[in-house]
Design a protein around this ligand. Sequence first.
Ligand code: NZQ
Ligand code: ZN
Length: 399
Amino acid sequence: MNNFIFQSPTELIFGKGQTDKVGTKISEYGGTNVLFVYGGGSIKESGLYDQIIDSLEDEELNIFELPGVEPNPRIALVRKGIDICEENDIDFILAAGGGSTIDTAKTIAAGFYYEGDPWEMFTGDEDPEEALPVGVVLTLAATGSEMNGNAVISNMETEKKLAIQSPALTPDFSILDPVNTFTVPREHTVFGIVDIASHIYEQYFKHIENTEISDRFAESLLITLREASERVLENPEDYNSRANIMLAATLALNGGVCAHSDIKRTYLCALGKDTSFIVHPIEHEFSAFYDIPHGGGLAILHPNWMEYVMDAGIEKFVQYATRVFDVDPTGKSDEDVAREGIVRTREWFNKMGAPTKLSDYNIDDTRFEEIAERLTADGPIGSFKELDKYDLIEIFKMS
Ligand code: NZQ
Ligand code: ZN
């Protein structure tokens, strides 16, 4: 097990009926002039928008709005948000939505203190050190952004989707009312579930030994997620399934790493392990080029990555198959058991209706080489199995 520092300072306010506390929470954290960031309108349709405005007005907070966050959120809207903050003495940012909205709010919060264009925070060598306080009302269980120090933003001009990571980006509080996820459409519910599973896989498949706590924690999250996913797709308003999925999302990518510092900060699921991700940066390239949903890209890429790297650590894949999917190893070779675990992963994703091939998004091989080159510009990537440009192209072809 490796040494690590884990810190997760977000106040988590979980459960039915908690949304009404948003106004008092902002006051507690010193907010007066509030930038309220949200997406394309789902919160207006669900009534959540009115509920939040009422709560903010009860506290006599000054509200400035920034609607229009798109999935694969854009740097252009971040710039607009920073302008509003500067013009109106904003001292608190509230995000109501999924990962795209939260990441936009976090980037505005850090960009407010950054001298220069906020996109330089993503391309530079330094982690943001200061940010305005951020509060969250989560409406979609997926990214874990509600309790981590990451933000992922797209720049459509340069076709890049990049992340910043810093403790300064961790929200001050997050309100998680599972009822607020009842209205998430089926496809985004599925993308969210795949994203959660993918975050866990990124941290589970490592070669570091003696990480039983992290491994079993990850396995329990995966089993719970798998069981809840079946129930929620039958009944989108099943409170306990929504609650388990929401909590799984928050715990799956919780805490934070620093992008550039040497301090070995980590995530809850990666305690004692290394924190590098592999399928995520690959998927971000596809999202950057083709504007596809993050969870959809992961559903396609992650099982193919598993198949391609399996031989680099077959025991871990056997452990995954037997513990998460109850694969019976009797009379089977390790390779067969490991393969069965990957087949069961694919079946799980397919049964939920997730996309299975890049061609489902009309993506052909035209830009495979360019994407692989961008990913390996500084050399091979991946800690479970090092992948060079040609390995990546192989995985893309399988996908
Ligand atoms: O914009 P609105 O109208 O709100 O609609 C959204 C959006 O169309 C809709 N939605 C959200 N909550 C809803 C709802 N519709 C009905 N009822 C509700 N309660 O869902 C759609 C997708 O929303 P989005 O925020 O884009 O989804 P998600 O939470 O999956 O976030 C994805 C983004 O986060 C990044 C991804 O790359 C992607 O850009 N990630 C962020 C991470 C982080 N900060 O830690 C880590 C992840 O690995 C990921 O990279
Ligand atoms: Zn993700």
